[in-house]
Design a protein around this ligand. Structure first.
Ligand SMILES: Nc1ncnc2c1ncn2[C@@H]1O[C@H](COP(=O)(O)OP(=O)(O)OP(=O)(O)O)[C@@H](O)[C@H]1O
Ligand SMILES: [Mg+2]
Length: 383
């Protein structure tokens, strides 16, 4: 087993940074490719290559210099990855699977073809074709429209409930329309796999919504679900990563329906926002596990050591500029509160600037502390 395999990440954002921090323990040479050497991962990797991960030549040149190639973002040049794979490069996630996952229409079709439960859907060439289908009565209100490419953080998703919504909320381009799921809870399970076929799944995480704003307020682990649902969710995530034949991580977003079914919403073949708490709350962090998976090392224990909650730190409304963490001192004074600053040079409203993980003895305690953090920590800008 070689501990010094040169590992390249396409992307140098916060996920790249946290991968680099995990790699540091092993002194693993982890390189990153991204547009700007001011990006979050740059200070933590021995080599940060400035370039465009959407550009074929940049990805080819970067990939040829490393032993193993991975990603922290899906929107990378896939042609270059296929070529590197043909040249014998080890790439995880494998390009064929990444190509399917990058396209939400193909991703949904993959679930359907493999018998994984998912919200019923139809793919349309563009929004005009979707409109025609609505007019013809083939798609009924309410439905969820999703663009097939380049959506993230909910930006490529629109819930259409009426004819008025069709006029104001319809998104342009190739899209799919899916039935509105009767959601009881939104869950996520991060599965891991290596080239030997070893499988592991982290305990399910539950998104806790703010009932007024209908926005995710925090993520909670363990999810407040029965042991049977927990086991089913973990097994489903493992089955999906196997079906895609992936190594490294696969984050599987799930809907627990009001009738107790578990549907796959979407997947991401990389570390995921829903696994940040694993750094402080699990035996192995998702970042370490991803590296173990892509390097074909033994997978680590996914055991949850203590209950945890995670709060995303978004730029406060009304502020733009160099970030200031207001309330930091009180947070640092509080045991079990872990503040992560992504080191982005500018804050903007709703931009992900960091996150806070809270751990404690009980679910009640971490919920209480996480709400306290939400009330006391804000990312504003220097005036
Ligand atoms: N079929 C559905 N029925 C009900 N709600 C849905 C459905 N699909 C998506 N949603 C809601 O919209 C949210 C975002 O959808 P999705 O995860 O597919 O998009 P996304 O752009 O990848 O978002 P993110 O980056 O935040 O994960 C889901 O977390 C869920 O709350
Ligand atoms: Mg999602």
């Amino acid at each position: 087993m070689k501990i010094d395999q040169k590992t390249g990440i396409l992307g140098g954002g916060q996920l790249g940074k946290m991968l680099a921090l995990a790699a540091g323990k092993w002194h693993l040479p982890l390189w990153a490719l991204d547009a700007d050497a001011n990006f979050p991962a740059a200070p933590y990797v021995p080599r940060f290559v400035e370039g465009d991960f959407k550009n074929k030549e940049d990805v080819l040149a970067f990939g040829r210099e490393v032993d193993v190639l991975t990603i922290e973002i899906e929107h990378v040049n896939i042609e270059a990855l296929h070529q590197l794979e043909a040249e014998g490069k080890r790439i995880h996630p494998r390009p064929g699977a990444l190509e399917i996952i990058k396209d939400k229409g193909r991703q949904k079709q993959f679930f359907a073809d493999h018998g994984f439960p998912t919200a019923p859907f139809t793919v349309f060439e563009d929004e005009k074709a979707l409109l025609r289908a609505v007019e013809a009565g083939e798609v009924a209100f309410p439905f969820v429209q999703k663009t097939t490419t380049a959506g993230y953080d909910g930006r490529g998703v629109s819930i259409i409930r009426s004819v008025e919504d069709l006029e104001t909320r319809l998104l342009e381009g190739t899209c799919l329309a899916e039935e509105l799921a009767p959601i009881d809870k939104e869950l996520a399970v991060i599965a891991a796999r290596n080239e030997r076929g070893e499988l592991a799944a982290f305990p399910a995480v539950e998104m806790v919504f703010n009932p007024d704003a209908n926005l995710v307020e925090l993520l909670l682990c363990p999810a407040q679900i029965s042991p049977a649902v927990e086991a089913a969710a973990e097994n489903l995530a493992k089955a999906v990563i196997e079906a895609f034949d992936l190594c490294g991580l696969l984050a599987v977003e799930l809907f627990l329906t009001q009738t107790g079914e578990i549907w796959v919403n979407e997947v991401a073949p990389r570390p995921h926002n829903s696994g940040h708490h694993t750094i402080e709350a699990c035996v192995t962090s998702q970042f370490e596990q991803h590296l173990r998976g892509v390097l074909n090392w033994p997978l680590g224990s996914t055991e949850l050591v203590r209950p945890a909650a995670m709060v995303n730190l978004l730029g406060a409304e009304g502020y733009e500029g160099a970030p200031v963490f207001e309330g930091l001192e009180e947070c640092l004074r509080t045991p079990g509160v872990y503040v992560h600053n992504y080191g982005k040079t500018t804050t903007k409203p709703f931009r992900k600037m960091g996150h806070v993980t809270v751990v404690g003895e009980s679910v009640q305690e971490v919920l209480h502390k996480a709400h306290w953090v939400k009330d006391h920590l804000r990312v504003i800008a220097a005036s």
